[in-house]
Every structure is written in C-alpha cells, then in structure tokens.
Design a binder for this molecule. Structure first.
Ligand SMILES: [Zn+2]
Length: 1121
C-alpha cells in the first residue's frame, strides 16, 4: 500500500520477534494498557486458533457438489426511525411499532447458548453496548464465549449503520472507529467485523466502499440498488463484484461487494418471526395441517431460482427483518425444521444443502470457490425502487438537521483535539467526549441525518446532539482555561523557536473565562456580545495549518473596537443584519449589526483571542449604495468579481482573467401528489423526490437589492419575496463568493408541496458532464440521463438525474470551471447545459409511503420551518498548468468551510484589557510545524491511556494540481511537538488492527476474455415479484395500465435485455472506469518536508501520503511529571 515501510513492520522478521516486542511494549506500558490486551496482534491471532475458534475458522462446512444455502439469522435495528433510540431499545410506544431491542439480544443469546449450531449476527454497536452494560458478569462471560466461538458474530460494527449519501467521510470514519474500538476493547480479535453490512441505506457510495477496504474489511453486502441495475446484474450474474472504490488508491481500496437478493428480508412465505403471518413448518405426522413437503418444495424452488442470479454454488438467504428475533425461538425453531427436512431430501438425491451461516462464512465460500469476478468503478446512486420512486429527496430532507449534524462534527473535532492537548486531565473529559462521539455516531444512522424519520424522532436526535455538545463544551472550557493560565511549561516548540506561543508573563491569575459557544450564530444572535460592553472572543482553529478568516459577531450597535493580544487595534467593518433575518418572529435578539474583522494568522491547532470593547464613540452606520436603476452593479476583489444586472440578478463572474456568464436564481419544483397505490401515483416525500412536472417555477422576477461596501467585505442583500432572501458576499482576500440563502416558511396554502432549488446557469460547455463528490472526498463523473453500467431508461427525468452532494458539485469545459461547495448535504444536478442546481429546502404535504407515514412538513414556532445556509461559488480556469489550480482552491476552501475556527465568547466586564493581556496566554499552537495545505490532520484525539490517535489525509486527487497533488513526506515528531511521542504504530483506517497484521481476502477480477456471456442466463427467469417487493409498504402495488404510450414505455422498461445480441450492441460508456484507468497511470512525485539536519529525523516517525490517502496511527505518549 505504501511506499514507505510502516514503522512497525520493517524491523521485524518473524512472528517470534514480533511477540517479543509486543510483550516489551506491554510490560513497558505497565501491563495496564488495554491496547495490549485487546488489540489484534499477529501472535494473538495464532493463539486464537488454539484457544478460540471464531471468524472464518468457525464457519460451518459446506457441501462441494450441492447448492449451499447460507441461512443468515439477523435483525435490522434502526438506531431511531419511527421511534427514538431509547423507545426502540426499551420497546416502548408499541402502538407505533412493536420493537424492543433489549428483548432481541436477551432472547437470541439464550437460543445461541442452547445450541452450538445456531448463528446470529449483530450490527449496531449503539444498541449492543446499551444492552451489554445491563448484563450480569456471568452472562457477559457467556456472551464472550459465544463471540469467541463465532456463534455470535459482529458485522458492520459501527455505532450505527450509516447513510452513504448525506454522511460526511470524517463522521463515517469516526463512528466506525468508535464502534469498532468498543468491540475490540470488550471482546478482542473475535469481535472484529470482517464484513460490511449496509443492508438498508438508500444507495451506496464509492467512498464508503473505499473506506471499508481501508478499514480492513474483506467484503460488503448491501440491499438496495436501482431496480434496473439489479435486474441487469442478476440476469448477467454480476450482482457480486470487485468494487474498485477509488480512482486514486488502487488495490487497497478494492472491495468485494455483493447485492443481496431479497434486500434483507426472508424469501416470501418464510418469515418466521412473531411479527410475521407466514405459516410455520408443521411436522406432526398425523396433523391435518402438516405442511412439511409443500414448504420444503417451495423453499427448494426459491433457492434454485435465486441461485440463477449468482455465480457460485452458494447463496445467502437473509432470515430476518426490522426488529426481528424479539422472541428468537419462533425463528430458530422453524429454521431448525426447515434445515432438517430440506437436508433429509439429500438421501433421495436432492442437491440443496441448508446451513446456519453468517455473511462472513458466505464470503469465505465465495472466496474458496476460486472463480473470477466482474469489477465496478462508479457508485450505486441514485437508488430507484420503481420507475417513479427515485430516492433523491432525502439528499435534502430536513435541511436544518443536516446542518446541525455538520456543526456537531465540527465541534467534535474541536473537543477531541483540545481534550488530547489538555495539560491536566480531568476524570470527566473522557465520558464527555465519548458522549459526543456516540451522539454523532447516532446522527449518521440512515434514518437520522437522512431526514427520513418521524418528526418526534428528528427532535430527539437534535436534543441528543445538543446535550452532547454541551457536555463536551465543559471540556473545552476547562482545557482552554488551563491553557490560558499556563505560565510555566517548558515546551519543545519554545526551544525550537519555530512558532509563536506567547506565554503570559504576569502572575498566575485565578480567573475563569466562560468560553461560551453561541448556538444561534446562524441567525446572527449571541448573548455575550449583545449584552456585555467588554468581552473576549477566542477563535480555536482545528486545522493543522495557519489560517486567516473573517469573523462575524452579532452586536446591537456599531461602536466597538477589537484589539488582539499584542495591543494592536484590528480593522473592523459593520454590516446590518439582513432585514429578513431581523424579522424572523422567533429571533429574540438585540443584534442589528454584525461586526466583521479579519482574524489573521490563526495558529494551527491552536487559538488566538481578541478583546472587544464597546466605546462611546458615534461610529458611522453602514449605508447602502444609492439605488441604481440604469447600470450593472458589481462586488468583488482582485480575484473574483460578481456583476448584477438591473433586475437584481447575478449575471457574470470575472475571475482568472476571464468573464463568464453565471446567473443564479431560486426556483422550485411543485411536488407530485398521489395515493401511492400504484407506482405512477407516488407522492414526493421524505425519501422520494418526485416533481409533478420537470419544469420549474420561478420565485421572483425582480429581487430587491441593497449593496453594502467596506474595506473587508462587499455584500449584496437580495430580497426575492417574503420567504426567500439572500446575501451574496465577497471578502477582501478570498477567491470564492458566498451565497447565504434564507428560505421559509415555504407557503403551502395552495395545497401544493414545494421543493426549493438554487440554480447557477453558466455559459460553460460541459456537454452533459458534471462531477459530484463522494461523501466529501473523491469526485465521481456524472452524465445527464446516463449510468455507467447499464442503459438507463428514465420515466422521472429530473429526480432520476439528482445525486447526493455531500460537499461539492462542479462542471467545466476546456477553459473554465464552476464549482459550488455546500455547508451540508443536499441533492443536486445539472439539468441543462452549463447549469448546476442544489435543492436547499422542501416542504411537502403527503407521505411517500415508505413507512414514515407523515408528510415532510417541518414547522417551527407555529410556521413552516425556516432554513439558512451558504453556498460557496468558485469560478476559474480549468487549466491545470499553474498552481494553485481552481480545483486545489476548491479543496482548500472545502476544508476551511468544514472546519473553520470555532468561536468562544467570554464576558470580560470584570477583567481589564491590560490584565487580560498581561496575565493570560492569548495565543497558542499545538504544533511545531504546520502541515502543508494539501494535508489534513483528520483526527487528533485521546485514545487509551497514554495514547493519542492521529489520522492524516491527503485532500487532493492525483490530477487536480501540479504541485499540491504531489505526495508529501513529513516527520510526525516535527509536527506534534507538544506531545512527547515515544512510539508510533500504524493501524487500519478504523484503528482496530495494526496495519501490518491486516490480511485481507483476495478476489480475482474477470480477465478480458471472460465476457458477461459466459454467465448469462438467456431466459426471462426473473420473477417480477422481485421488483414489486423492492420496498416495504408497496408490496401490493401493481403497474397501472397507463395511457398506451406510457404503458409501452413502462413495459419496455421492465423487460430485461437478456438477448446477447441486444446487449452487445449497447456499448457501456463507463466514465468512471475510464477516469480511474487514466489516474492509475499518473505517477506523483514526492515532496519532503524534513531535512537531514533536523533533530527529529528519526525515521520511525516519518510518514508519506499520496493523493487521497488516509493514514491512521496510534501514538504512545510519555507524560511529563
Ligand atoms: Zn433501516
């Protein structure tokens, strides 16, 4: 994987040596280190084969000449959906849903203990550890035994089964790291999941697969893919494949992936849960109800039919559903009988063999089959479950919850870093931090950040996050106070003299700053600056680079002065809080202005404080430009200039020496409504985006404008109508423009749901091609009305062209490029030449019948929900000869917008400027040398005792910039100088296994000579049931006889192209395969950031990152006494 040998691998020749070193590390850590007990080690691995039998070694034997049917008992436990997390766990609110997770684990464990043949898999660590904590030590021992024998197997293992469209990679990695750590700490190697299990998320991202591979997973199984794609794959036996999940990383990002046949449900008629109505197996010899023969016949037929879609003589049959196994005996008793009577037929020549199994045992059988597999290079978005149900609405649903989740991630990183840097550790730090980690883990769930939960559950998620942020804020407050009063420490960076770390020189003061977070800054409201005449603002920069940013502080007047720690008065500018924000009826704030100043050179991984005083002076209030009806208006700086026409719309953007047409407008789609009884009567809802027609409606023809100018920022305040307004701004030194939109309450008194879109139209000739990010990392190439691996037939032109935008959407031609960055996940597309659009808000009056049973009609304070957010527009040259390229600027901006400086306010009425300046440390950095702009210190957090977890990532792709796409080599000891690092070992991405010990199963791709034909099935064998069952509540839906033309179209749509001639005529245009192949050939040079003379040139601490690489390490720290 890496050209630099990992620090831990290269020096050990044999397992014996490794064992010795391992022992030494343990002894040296006082045998107190959880790491040594629980971390997977090569040696421990070998020991397991003697003492324990779990994982692949515990797999049941299959029969070589038979169809092996792997029955996988499982439960799908949503970490909140129709009920809250706790309601699901305890089983309350049974009238909403009969589901109690505690009973599932209670019941399953008892059944597993009775019979060593039985298997069960468990996925959601959030629920498991809630249960685990409540068990007696005796039962815990028994559960450990079940885990060690592979009878209870953890798969997935993250805190929740995260969504893949709207979740950001940083949060995904965090929630896997946390769930897997808890499993590792509790059970050790036998609880290490080897298989990803994303059975319910609504489409699958390529980055998720890449991360699974980098976390050491051997394979991934999932349930939902486009119904056309699914039929095609089952017909051509390509539902199991090698996903080449990164265009930059190659083999370390390859992941064996399988699409499940029944999503995750049991085959029709074989649901044996107490929640189901299917017939049990009745085997009393003389019972008139005896059904053994018939049921076995049915099951054999189902199995044979299913196996036609797959390549080996193994199939995986999911035996479970949402919250099944509350009374496990009902499932297991019938499965026992099904196995017994079906296998008894083998004596009479049947070749069907049923066995209790797990997804990893199934994967092992596929691996052992020794055959080759097809490959895939793009992703599984968007997901459609029928011709009218494109699951593209949830990309935007609940826009404010989606933003709050991103704020949660921002603060989690701040809290982790400060906790890791705390001079004095307090007992409550760790539980507070874990509380926020867990709240964020829950937020990633596929019914949380997606916005597809009931309203009451959404409120519970927001409440949980709020409480957790407050808990972690007590850490940051205490640690910042420790750092500000610290006057004595002798630190390596002082010796190095590299970076400023200005210690207070005066006597140590007993003063506690409040370091308060203002949660309402998004509506320009904050108590401290509104009330206090003197206050301090501390800006904590979570990036490992020095940054300069613009700060906005809501204030009631315009007479404030800002001073830094060095008695320098900072230049300020005042801007009015936009009228539509001031008019929000729920906004209780006296702030009518925003104080803007430039926070220059915020230290990397550190803070800088400012002292702000209200004066008696009469400063000039900001006045808008006089109305100008006759000519263009423009705002901007030397990098970017935006021009507005006399109607008030943006018309052109000048940047990189060229002027391009770029206009921006707000439009909306009217939501389709219907009774959901037939596919064509589908309503737009929380999951589904379905406009009544493809044409959009405009919101205003002539927005009202107010233009404010000053030395720091120029702003255009646009007011479109009573419920849509926007501030467009360009700061002095920035290369992007901000579009801060305010939308809501969306009117629905006309009885129509509305989906609001911000659209940017340009004259860039993108030839139907655009790019969307995958969870915030690599870009995926899209083409309108196209999918890479099958011939798409679309009845929903708009919804079927929507993709998840976690952070960025872009398009370009030979000369110019336009990109929009988002501050939260949104749906987006390019619906016309040169055009990009993002759906920012939606308010609907009907449910889409996928189970929520509520319309997505969010209200707050008695009105429709108001949402505020920002798009960052970057326009520039598409050429890549000069650094920084437009793409590099996009990457840097993306990171700075994800993790800007966090503002902490303290009332300073009892402390004078001189006192503050003389006695407190008001500037601090946690690094000795900052990282280059293309490297992100992605994780920096306390781990086990005397350990810190760090993760570095390269944020550019191979072809994005001539300089910044270079690989980078640096010495960690030169960066993290305020930690006394004595050892560093690399782990997998999820930090639950040493990288050197991580052996992944290898799968072999089809050679060029293996045409799909060799596996093709040339009859129309697929049961239409498959499509009709594609989702839960619509099981009974039928295609309607629509008007003749439509009917033909739909029938054609359902017909699979199974004729080989037909298939060969269609030559797939695999845009992403092409791109990956191009990138594979790119060789990147290395930039070295260390030199031979530097004192920390110990190469044990050297690391190298090539484009898009993420590397994770556990640092061992020696604390000073
Ligand atoms: Zn689910």
């Amino acid at each position: 994987m890496h050209s630099t040998a990992s620090c831990c691998r290269y020096q050990f020749g044999s397992a014996l040596q490794l064992f010795t070193v391992f022992l030494l590390i343990c002894l040296w850590n006082n045998n107190h280190n959880k790491l040594c007990e629980a971390r997977p080690q090569t040696v421990e691995h070998e020991k397991i084969t003697v003492d324990k039998k779990c994982g692949y070694e515990s797999c049941p034997k299959t029969k070589p000449n038979m169809l092996n049917v792997h029955l996988v008992p499982h439960t799908h436990d949503d970490v909140g959906w129709l009920k809250t997390v706790d309601q699901y766990y305890y089983g309350s609110q049974t009238l909403i849903q009969k589901a109690g997770v505690q009973y599932i684990l209670d019941s399953v464990v008892q059944e597993l203990l009775k019979d060593s043949e039985k298997r069960f898999i468990y996925v959601e660590s959030a629920f498991f550890f809630k249960w685990w904590r409540e068990q007696t030590p005796e039962l815990q021992e028994q559960v450990k035994m079940l885990v060690n024998e592979g009878r209870l197997e953890f798969i997935g293992g993250a805190w929740s089964m995260n969504d893949e469209a709207t979740a950001h990679y940083q949060s995904i990695v965090d929630q896997f790291t946390w769930g897997l750590r808890r499993l590792n700490d509790t059970f050790g190697e036998c609880a290490r999941p080897r298989v990803g299990w994303q059975i319910d998320p609504f489409g699958h991202s390529r980055e998720m697969a890449s991360m699974f591979a980098q976390m050491g997973f051997d394979g991934l199984f999932f349930g939902r893919l486009d119904y056309q794609d699914k039929m095609e794959r089952l017909t051509t036996k390509s539902a199991e494949m090698i996903w080449r999940a990164s265009a930059n990383l190659d083999e370390p990002a390859h992941l064996f992936t399988g699409a499940l046949y029944n999503q995750y449900q049991p085959p029709p008629g074989f649901c044996f849960d107490i929640l189901c109505a299917d017939e049990p197996i009745i085997d009393a010899k003389h019972s008139p109800d005896n059904n053994v023969n018939r049921r076995v016949d049915e099951f054999i037929a189902i199995s044979r039919n299913m196996s036609k879609g797959y390549r080996t003589n193994n199939i995986l049959v999911t035996m479970g559903e949402d919250f099944h196994y509350q009374n496990a005996i009902s499932w297991y008793k019938n499965l026992d009988k099904l196995i017994k009577y079906t296998n008894a037929r083998q004596e009479n020549g049947s070749n069907v063999n049923l066995l209790y199994s797990t997804p990893s045992c199934y994967l092992k059988s596929l691996h052992d089959a020794g055959i080759t597999w097809p490959t895939k290079d793009d992703d599984f978005f968007p997901y459609a479950s029928d011709p009218h149900a494109y699951w593209t609405g949830y990309f935007t649903s609940r826009p404010t919850l989606k933003r709050y989740e991103r704020v949660g991630n921002h603060f989690l990183q701040v809290c982790k870093q400060l906790t890791a840097m705390a001079p004095k550790i307090a007992g409550q730090f760790e539980p507070h931090l874990s509380f926020l980690r867990e709240a964020m883990g829950v937020m990633q769930h596929h019914d949380a950040v997606t916005g597809t939960e009931k309203q009451a559950v959404a409120a519970d998620y927001a409440r949980r996050l709020e409480v957790a942020i407050r808990a972690c804020a007590t850490n940051t407050k205490e640690i910042l106070n420790q750092l500000t009063i610290d006057t004595s420490r002798n630190t390596p960076e002082r010796e190095l003299g590299k970076r400023e770390r200005r210690w207070a020189t005066g006597p140590k003061k007993e003063y506690l700053f409040k370091f308060e977070t203002c949660t309402l800054l998004n509506i320009s409201s904050c108590a401290v600056p509104e009330q206090a005449d003197k206050f301090t603002l501390t800006l904590y920069n979570p990036l490992a680079q020095t940054v300069t940013d613009y700060v906005r502080v809501p204030v009631p007047n315009v007479n404030y002065i800002v001073k830094d720690f060095d008695d320098v008065t900072i230049e300020t500018q005042f801007l009015p809080v936009p009228a539509p924000v001031q008019d929000l009826n729920f906004r209780k704030s006296s702030a009518t202005y925003e104080l803007v100043f430039t926070a220059t050179e915020l230290p990397a991984l550190g803070y800088k404080s400012y002292y702000i005083t209200k004066t008696n002076g009469n400063n000039m209030k900001p006045v808008p430009d006089p109305p100008n009806q006759s000519s263009f208006t423009s705002i901007g700086n030397e990098f970017i200039r935006l021009n507005f026409d006399t109607n008030g719309f943006l018309v052109t953007v000048t940047s990189d020496g060229m002027t391009r047409i770029v206009n921006q407008e707000f439009v909306y789609y009217e939501a389709a409504t219907g009774n959901n009884r037939e596919f064509r009567n589908r309503s737009s809802g929380a999951y589904i985006f379905r406009p009544a027609r493809d044409q959009v409606r405009s919101i205003a023809l002539q927005p009202k404008l107010k233009i404010y100018r000053g030395d720091l920022v120029e702003e255009v305040h646009q007011s479109f109508n009573e419920w849509v307004s926007q501030v467009v701004r360009v700061y002095r030194q920035q290369r992007h423009a901000e579009f801060e939109w305010l939308v809501g309450p969306i009117p629905v008194d006309d009885g129509k749901g509305k989906e609001i879109v911000s659209r940017f139209n340009s004259d860039i000739s993108n030839a139907d091609i655009f790019y969307t990010d995958s969870n915030g990392r690599e870009m995926i190439k899209r083409k309108r009305d196209h999918r890479d691996t099958w011939k798409l037939k679309l009845l929903e032109h708009t919804a079927g062209n929507y993709y998840p935008i976690t952070t960025k959407i872009a398009l370009e031609d030979d000369t110019a490029r336009m990109a929009i960055l988002t501050d939260r996940a949104q749906g987006g597309s390019s619906m016309g030449a040169g055009s990009l659009e993002l759906m920012i808000h939606r308010r609907l009056l009907h449910d889409d019948a996928f189970g929520v049973n509520e319309a997505l009609n969010e209200t707050a304070y008695g009105e429709g929900l108001v949402a505020r957010g920002t798009h960052y527009l970057i326009v520039g040259s598409s050429k890549k000869n000069q650094s920084p390229t437009t793409q590099a600027i996009e990457r840097f901006t993306q990171l700075q917008k994800l993790l800007p400086a966090w503002s902490l306010f303290s009332n300073a009425e009892n402390i004078s400027y001189e006192d503050w300046r003389g006695n407190f440390t008001n500037i601090y950095t946690g690094v000795g040398m900052e990282l280059p702009a293309n490297i992100h210190l992605m994780s920096y957090e306390p781990w086990h005792e005397n350990e810190i977890l760090v993760r570095f990532e390269h944020i550019l792709e191979k072809d994005e910039d001539p300089d910044y796409s270079q690989a980078v080599q640096f010495n960690v000891k030169n960066i993290l100088t305020n930690q006394n690092i004595v050892d560093m070992r690399e782990t997998t991405l999820s930090a639950n296994a040493w990288l050197g010990d991580n052996q992944r199963m290898q799968f072999v791709p089809d050679g060029p000579e293996v045409a799909y034909n060799s596996y093709g099935v040339y009859e129309r064998s697929l049961d239409q049931q498959l499509l009709l069952r594609a989702d839960r509540p619509l099981a009974a839906a039928k295609f309607h006889n629509e008007v003749e033309r439509d009917k033909r179209e739909e029938e054609e749509l359902l017909q699979m192209t199974t004729n080989r001639l037909k298939f060969n005529i269609y030559e797939a245009e695999e845009l992403n395969r092409e791109r990956a192949e191009k990138l594979r050939k790119v060789k990147v040079p290395i930039r070295r950031l260390h030199d031979e003379n530097m004192k920390n040139d110990d190469d044990r601490f050297l690391i190298e990152l090539s484009p898009m690489e993420m590397r994770t390490y556990i640092l061992t720290i020696e604390k000073e006494n």
